[in-house]
Design a binder for this molecule. Structure first.
Ligand SMILES: Cc1ncc(COP(=O)(O)O)c(C=O)c1O
Length: 335
């Protein structure tokens, strides 16, 4: 593997993990199997009704060669919340974390060298049992596969900033919907607007609330923060935005650094007056936003070395890769 050529391409690794729920409607035994295709029944609820969830995590290689993952129990709990919403049985936190550790261990040779990227971990939970009427599946499958990826997110160079297009008509999620969980059905409906934005040279779309088209929500795959003076704000998780694990960690790190970190609704007008803006997520890490465009007006934000965004980036990246002390006990080592 030429790690310097690593990007965001599909790279099958050696093993995946599969666990099927049993007759009692619980998960018991899972297995590591060679990576490959899965058989799925045509009547399965994931194919017919979109009864499915995914998660996203990363395994990082430290400078001493050890491999570690970030807060896996948080992803396990988020999957449980999603499973409750979609009426699926979910693995316990212990089962989830154990499965992730097993699959990363089995694919350890695919964890890029320190500083060259990470092994992306993709757990899926889906209704694999067949039903004819519109109803939840009688059994579910939990599957984890992995794929090495570089630090440069989807072709973007690590050091460049993001340009966002604020979408003023089409919302991503709505009250009572599934925006707050990692439902597979949340993603394809925004392909169209994000494709159009990318064709115009934007990195991604920033969505507003569905009712008033006024309040900042999130991007299609990451949360968003704004910095004004010493106050760092992000939208509250009231059901329409995903409770990001990076988001939660950044709020805590910002408070540790002495900033006031708030979760509150803020309007697009207030957002456009921010000093700095950044996005957070497992895939993007922390990425500075250089500009946002709303109704044909482009506003620029401060970026570069002397920013709050850079401080938080250095902190969380240092914790992920073992360069900084993990004072919160967030990292889990893979033996
Ligand atoms: C819609 C959405 N928002 C935010 C995030 C960021 O969440 P996390 O920090 O847990 O990766 C993701 C990615 O998981 C996402 O898909």
């Amino acid at each position: 593997m030429d790690w310097d050529k690593l990007g965001f391409q599909v790279i099958p690794t050696d093993f995946m993990y599969i666990m099927k729920s049993n007759e009692e409607g619980t998960f018991s035994n899972g297995d590591l199997v060679p990576f490959g295709t899965v058989q799925i029944e045509p009547h399965s609820t994931v194919l017919n009704y979109g009864q499915g969830l995914f998660e996203g995590m990363k395994a990082y290689r430290r400078a001493d060669g050890e491999v570690q993952i970030f807060r896996p129990e948080q992803n396990a709990m988020r999957m449980q919340m999603g499973a409750e919403r979609l009426l699926m049985v979910a693995p316990s936190v212990e089962q989830y974390v154990d499965a992730v550790k097993q699959v990363v261990h089995a694919n350890k040779r695919w964890v890029p060298p320190h500083g060259k990227g990470a092994l992306y971990i993709r757990p899926l939970l889906f209704g694999s049992g067949s039903v004819m009427g519109i109803a939840p599946a009688p059994h579910c499958t939990f599957l984890i596969y992995t794929n090495p990826i570089s630090n440069a997110y989807k072709g973007r160079h690590t050091n460049s900033t993001l340009s966002l297009l604020i979408e003023d008509t089409l919302p991503r999620a709505f009250p009572g919907g599934t925006g707050g969980v990692k439902n597979i059905g949340n993603y394809a409906p925004v392909f169209q607007v994000t494709k159009e934005a990318k064709a115009k040279g934007f990195f991604d779309v920033l969505f507003l609330d569905a009712e008033e088209h006024k309040y900042i929500e999130e991007v299609s795959s990451c949360n968003v923060f704004m910095v004004k003076g010493d106050v760092i704000s992000t939208s509250p998780t009231l059901g329409t935005i995903l409770p990001g694990i990076t988001r939660n960690s950044i709020i805590q790190l910002a408070r540790d650094l002495g900033y006031q970190a708030e979760e509150r609704k803020f309007s697009v007008d207030e957002f456009l007056e921010a000093d700095e803006v950044f996005c957070t997520g497992t895939a993007v890490g922390i990425s500075a936003v250089g500009s946002a465009t709303y109704k044909n007006t482009r506003v620029e934000f401060k970026t570069g070395a002397d920013t709050v965004t850079q401080k938080l980036f250095d902190m969380i990246t240092g914790i992920h890769t073992g360069l900084l002390e993990d004072n919160n006990g967030w990292m889990v080592k893979i033996d």
